[in-house]
Write a protein that binds this ligand. Structure first.
Ligand code: SF4
Length: 246
């Protein structure tokens, strides 16, 4: 029986990137292979996960985790049948969802839900992405800069990952923060432009206490610098804090 290690399932606005404002169902999986300095996500596996009782109501019930994938499918199908037209996509997020690629590869072909499937990933597990590629409609790929995350930048894995995503709908996202190394930022933009030239490159400032930590002038300056490298570089902050939604 296929099981998924889950933290939570809920319905909310997409708060990052080019689908900002779209209503999506978020399936947050447990576990991550990185330890970014700015991370504010609890992805540790626990014996229970929480599931919103109705889309967007903000109330949750606890169920066991890992949870049978068929139960997740049944929930998503029920929400889709009860609230037709509400959701634009199902977003797999984490943590790093690709750590559960084997289970996802068994589950996604049998999901039985009409909605597109989006994947939010740190872009470090290309072989797992390759295995899931047919079932993912949109890849949101982070490039992790060492001057921001405090961990070595996984250049080789990022390159391979972006190559796997050629021909798929995608966005490439770089979280930026004060102290960022601009040479590293340029290198990341060059990589994105070389591998996925038609794909938007998003600069997303780190948020703390509801506000972006990078001044607007600095963001404009980085965007100007990257415009020589990448044809579609956008600055998009997170919007959940502004709207007080999760
Ligand atoms: S990849 Fe994402 S979830 Fe994992 S540590 Fe970094 S910010 Fe947190």
């Amino acid at each position: 029986m296929t099981e998924l290690g889950l933290k939570e399932i809920f319905s909310s606005l997409q708060g990052e990137g080019i689908y900002i404002g779209c209503r999506q169902i978020f399936v947050r999986l447990t576990g991550c292979n990185l330890a970014c300095r700015y991370c504010d996500t609890d992805f540790r596996p626990t014996s229970v996960c929480r599931i919103e009782t109705e889309p967007g109501c903000g109330r949750f019930r606890e169920v066991e985790s890992p949870l049978a994938a068929v139960q997740v499918s049944a929930l998503l199908q029920r929400w889709q049948a009860s609230f037709p037209g509400l959701h634009q996509a199902i977003t797999l997020t984490g943590g790093e969802p690709l750590l559960q690629a084997t289970a996802l590869a068994q589950w996604l072909p049998q999901l039985g839900c009409e909605l597109p499937v989006h994947l939010e990933t740190n872009g470090t597990l290309p072989e797992q992405a390759q295995a899931l590629r047919p079932w993912i409609d949109f890849f949101s790929i982070d490039l992790k800069l060492s001057s921001v995350t405090g961990e070595p930048t996984p250049w080789k894995a990022h390159r391979r990952f972006l190559e796997v995503c050629r021909g798929k709908a995608a966005q490439v996202k770089i979280v930026v923060a004060p102290g960022l190394d601009e040479r590293e930022l340029r290198q990341a933009a060059e990589l994105a432009a070389a591998c996925l030239p038609q794909t938007p490159l998003i600069l997303q400032p780190v948020t703390a206490e509801g506000r972006p930590l990078v001044p607007g002038g600095q963001l404009l300056s980085w965007q100007t610098a990257l415009s020589r490298t990448h044809p579609d570089c956008r600055v998009i902050p997170q919007v959940h804090p502004l709207l007080a939604v999760f």
